[in-house]
Design a binder for this molecule. Structure first.
Ligand code: A2P
Length: 275
């Protein structure tokens, strides 16, 4: 069975470059989707405390028949749980719901800059890693100034920054800043919540290559070196998205997609999201 390429993180561990996102799925749907994904060959699932589906994901992990070290599990600390004491409760609850002793990657979900607690929370994340509660630590939705603050204050860069990124929303300055700091970029809403699937240039490349529009976009993310976690509740689309691993894009097709940035944000702006 095909497996996703592994991407090296700055702490020496590795992350499968293609995973399943389970945003907006309830426990039962997340359970079904995660099992379908494992069957299709995925070994990486990305959830969050705020998705309220860690129990469903955990059930799928337990029932999968896969050993723990074959699966890469990410979850995220919710905004209200930032701060030293709250964060410890946050990770304990997530581990309990997932039925795991540790996750592979734990992320601060949003910086919430006005609350002013993300740097203190990052110090706590470093402790969680030392204690073995998570193998790697990272952040999500951090802008360059937030990354600089935590690196300046602790000397430790996150392994991953999970950000909104898809063909019509390519935050180049942030991508370059992550690269300068050795932070792997992971893309949420990699299909632009399906909107980018309708883009005429994507449809044209899909037509030429015989791949689906989703496969074209996922292959573009992989070729760019990003970690990508397309969400789907549908087993057929989950399988088909994984088959993006077998798609090839020419350098010209890559350049065409590189040129589609239009600032089309589909999610919230990290500068203004607060608890
Ligand atoms: P569904 O869950 O019904 O498959 P993103 O990951 O960018 O947030 O996009 C998720 C959205 O894209 C969901 O609405 C999902 O719907 C849809 N989607 C995921 N994969 C495909 C696909 N291969 N073809 C069409 N729509 C897809």
């Amino acid at each position: 069975m095909t497996s996703a390429p592994l991407k090296k993180l700055n702490d020496g561990t590795q992350i499968p470059q293609l995973g399943l996102g389970v945003f907006q799925l309830d426990n039962d749907a997340a359970h079904r989707a995660t099992l379908a994904a494992f069957e299709a060959g995925y070994r990486h699932v990305d959830t969050a405390a705020i998705y309220r589906n860690e129990v469903g994901v955990g059930r799928a992990i337990a029932e999968s028949g896969l050993s723990r070290d074959e699966i890469f599990v990410t979850t995220k600390l919710w905004n209200k749980a930032q701060g030293r004491e709250n964060a410890r409760v946050g990770i304990s609850r997530s581990l309990e719901k997932l039925g795991l002793d540790s996750v592979d990657l734990y992320l601060i979900h949003w910086p919430c800059p006005a609350a002013g607690r993300y740097a203190e929370t990052w110090e706590q994340m470093i402790d969680f890693r030392s204690e073995g509660l998570t193998r790697s630590i990272g952040v999500s939705n951090f802008l360059p100034e937030h990354l600089d603050t935590i690196v300046d204050e602790t000397g430790i860069a996150p392994s991953v920054n999970q950000i909104e990124l898809h063909p019509t929303f390519q935050p180049d300055d942030l991508i370059n800043h992550c690269s300068d700091l050795g932070v792997v970029v992971e893309c949420w809403s990699p299909l632009g919540q399906a909107a980018d699937l309708e883009h005429p240039e994507i449809l044209a490349i899909a037509e030429t290559t015989g791949a689906t529009a989703a496969q074209v976009i996922i292959r573009w993310h992989l070729n760019r070196g990003f970690v990508v976690i397309p969400k789907s509740a549908n087993p057929e689309r989950i399988r088909s998205n994984f088959a993006a691993l077998d798609v090839t894009l020419s350098s010209g097709q890559m350049e065409t997609i590189d040129g589609l940035n239009a600032g089309n944000r589909v999610g919230a702006d990290p500068a203004t999201v607060e608890p």
